[in-house]
Design a protein around this ligand. Structure first.
Ligand code: OAD
Length: 249
């Protein structure tokens, strides 16, 4: 695959001290995890309002729990792909770097990312839906989902529609967007807020914006450069370019 890097992009990479990478479900598609929207998206087969809201959990806790268990069971069977790995390497080349992911699959960490925050929680963690305490080990129980000592039902520690994002994480992501010189949006449809606004924040603060996606998104017009294709193919090429630009600067 050959890609054209504009001289503006190379210059922006060379000069950038602060880089933010925002990722979505598209980066994990090549690992074999379904995205939510687009071709064969999860939300084609499932209604998010019936599975990914606190109301859905209150009405049908077993159904919601089992849907997340089904997604969880896939995680040990999949591996990070070259997109995750390239993004993990990127953190070495900028004074300030933050990966902000909407993904809850833990694949970025498994690929080696350390400077990162999870906006929507993590599928491998659980908490009590009543008292909020984190549950490290699920109690043995016939009940599905099992209950916390306080009697509340245990739920995955993920952010559902209608819920607030973890405040400290959101603040960190916002600050990084405000101070970024370089902003990458990779494999996200850019329709879910507030994540989708991070690019706007970066743009308003003068960052150079790059989008990597299979197809154009609603926000593509905002970006200085759009690469259409697979993250697992494009991100390693971008990493190469970063290594070259940083070696020369
Ligand atoms: P989406 O499923 O909305 O978007 C995935 C994007 O990845 C689409 O724009 C695809 O075109 C693109 N894509 C697919 N395969 C790709 C590949 N191999 N390389 C590059 N791009 C690819 O996923 P998100 O934007 O992450 O939230 O969705 C945001 C949030 O909506 C999720 O965190 C989840 C969902 O509902 C909650 O559940 C709260």
């Amino acid at each position: 695959m050959s890609m054209v890097f504009s001289s503006d992009l190379i210059e922006a990479i060379r000069n950038a001290r602060s880089c933010l990478v925002l990722t979505g479900a598209g980066v994990s598609a090549e690992s074999g995890l379904q995205t939510f929207r687009g071709m064969e998206g999860l939300w084609d087969d499932f209604d998010p309002m019936k599975l990914a809201t606190p109301e859905a959990f209150a009405c049908e806790p077993k159904k919601v729990w089992e849907w997340y268990q089904w997604r969880r069971e896939k995680l040990p069977l999949v591996q990070p792909n070259p997109g995750h790995r390239a993004i993990a390497q990127m953190e070495k080349y900028f004074q300030n770097f933050l990966l902000v992911t909407q993904n809850i699959d833990g694949l970025h960490q498994r690929a080696g990312s350390t400077k990162m925050v999870e906006l929507h929680g993590n599928l491998n963690r659980n908490k009590c839906s009543r008292c909020g305490i984190m549950i490290e080990t699920l109690p043995v129980s016939d009940e599905v989902p099992p209950r916390c000592q306080c009697g509340g039902r245990i739920r995955p520690d993920v952010v559902w529609f209608g819920e607030m994002l973890p405040e400290a994480v959101l603040r960190q992501a916002w600050r990084a967007a405000e101070s970024a010189d370089l902003f990458f949006s990779v494999g996200t449809s850019s329709v879910v807020q507030p994540a989708a606004s991070l690019g706007l924040v970066a743009r308003n603060n003068g960052a150079f914006l790059i989008e990597v996606n299979l197809e154009k998104t609603e926000l593509s017009g905002l970006f200085d450069q759009v690469f259409l294709g697979k993250g697992g193919q494009i991100m390693p090429l971008i990493l190469e370019e970063i290594i070259k630009a940083k070696a020369g600067s």
